[in-house]
Design a binder for this molecule. Structure first.
Ligand SMILES: Nc1nc2c(ncn2[C@@H]2O[C@H](COP(=O)(O)OP(=O)(O)OP(=O)(O)O)[C@@H](O)[C@H]2O)c(=O)[nH]1
Ligand SMILES: [Mg+2]
Length: 315
């Protein structure tokens, strides 16, 4: 998750590699339809259909096809010209939905980050990657094992903590998650921690008892600091496709989502789903996961993402 500027090429190639399945799916058909033909309305309609199939959603697909048509209508184009136009149109869609996760540029100490989402979306892994990255950058980090449902969850976090050299505050299985979050916050304050990362158990957005429990975690944190949690990251799994859309509203209502992380973009040919998700989300996309290693969690960059999505090189 290193800054884009520090290793631009490595960052971009990881992104491109992660998105290979999607970019293949996206471009093979598009390129074969458009190369060496004059772009007409029928071809544009076909493009729109292909984009919908790639999970961009009807609205974005319509706008991207239209923007593409504006720049190319009535002309023949090479493969790279087609990709450039497409990337530009997709980047324009995504740019307004790009946000930054910046836990170190803040007046809040500790800066409290809460991870929420459905089961298996990648919360704990994302938290672990962030912990390692922040620690590497010299920050004082603490992890709270707020998933008190399963022993394996606590163990998984301890492994991440050990690997990153970050302390983990944990309790026994079945402990009250809100109580744990409260105590971890107090401890982080006492120990002058810069960033407190709070894991939570995965929960289905339509299980109201579990959602109430999440609301309680937020409430108790506010008792210590009304502005906490300073960041609530909703972690979404790209492989579930458009189901992600229904998760957003419920988690936002319960926990006040301030940023979206989309994981497992490497595990799907339908990474285009990030586009309708970004457009429907109440909060910006801040991070994306394109693989299992620490450097595969990346700041979301609309332009870089759009170029990788269509299989283009870095600029
Ligand atoms: N390929 C790939 N796998 C990922 C990514 N992010 C997470 N995973 C994997 O997804 C699986 C679930 O991740 P977890 O972090 O345990 O998910 P969770 O949301 O904490 O799950 P619960 O605590 O059970 O709700 C693990 O096998 C992770 O390695 C990613 O960006 N790419
Ligand atoms: Mg977990």
């Amino acid at each position: 998750m290193t800054d884009a500027s520090s290793d631009q090429r490595g960052w971009f190639s990881r992104l491109t590699q992660g998105l290979t399945r999607t970019s293949k799916q996206m471009t093979e058909q598009v390129v074969s339809v458009f190369t060496k033909v004059k772009l007409d309305q029928a071809a544009l309609d076909q493009l729109e259909d292909l984009l919908i199939e790639a999970d961009l959603g009807p609205q974005a697909a319509g706008r991207v096809a239209e923007a593409f048509g504006r720049s190319r209508f009535g002309r023949e184009a090479t493969e790279s010209e087609i990709k450039e136009s497409l990337a530009e149109a997709i980047a324009a869609e995504l740019a307004p939905h790009q946000g930054r996760f910046q836990p170190l540029y803040t007046v809040h100490k500790p800066y409290v980050v809460l991870f929420v989402g459905v089961n298996g979306s990648g919360k704990t892994t994302t938290l672990g990657k962030i912990a390692a990255d922040l620690k590497r950058r010299g920050a004082k980090v603490m992890i709270a094992a707020g998933d008190t449902f399963r022993a394996a969850a606590i163990e998984q976090l301890k492994v991440w903590g050990e690997r990153a050299g970050v302390p983990v505050v944990a309790k026994h299985i079945g402990a009250d998650a809100a109580g744990l979050a409260y105590e971890a916050f107090e401890q982080a304050r006492a120990e002058q921690i810069d960033v407190l990362l709070i894991d939570t158990a995965g929960r289905l957005q339509n299980k109201s008892a579990l959602m109430d429990e999440l609301a309680k975690v937020v409430r108790v944190l506010k008792k210590l600091d009304p502005s906490a949690p300073h960041e609530t990251l909703l972690v979404l799994d790209a492989t579930v496709g458009r189901n992600a859309l229904s998760q957003m509203e419920a988690f936002d209502r319960t926990a006040g989502v301030t940023g979206v992380v989309m994981t497992k973009l490497d595990g799907t040919a339908r990474g285009g789903v990030l586009i309708p998700v970004a457009e429907a989300a109440q909060a910006p996309i801040k991070l994306i996961g394109v693989g299992e290693s620490i450097d595969d969690l990346q700041p979301f960059d609309a332009r870089g993402f759009a170029r990788s999505l269509v299989g283009l090189e870095a600029e």
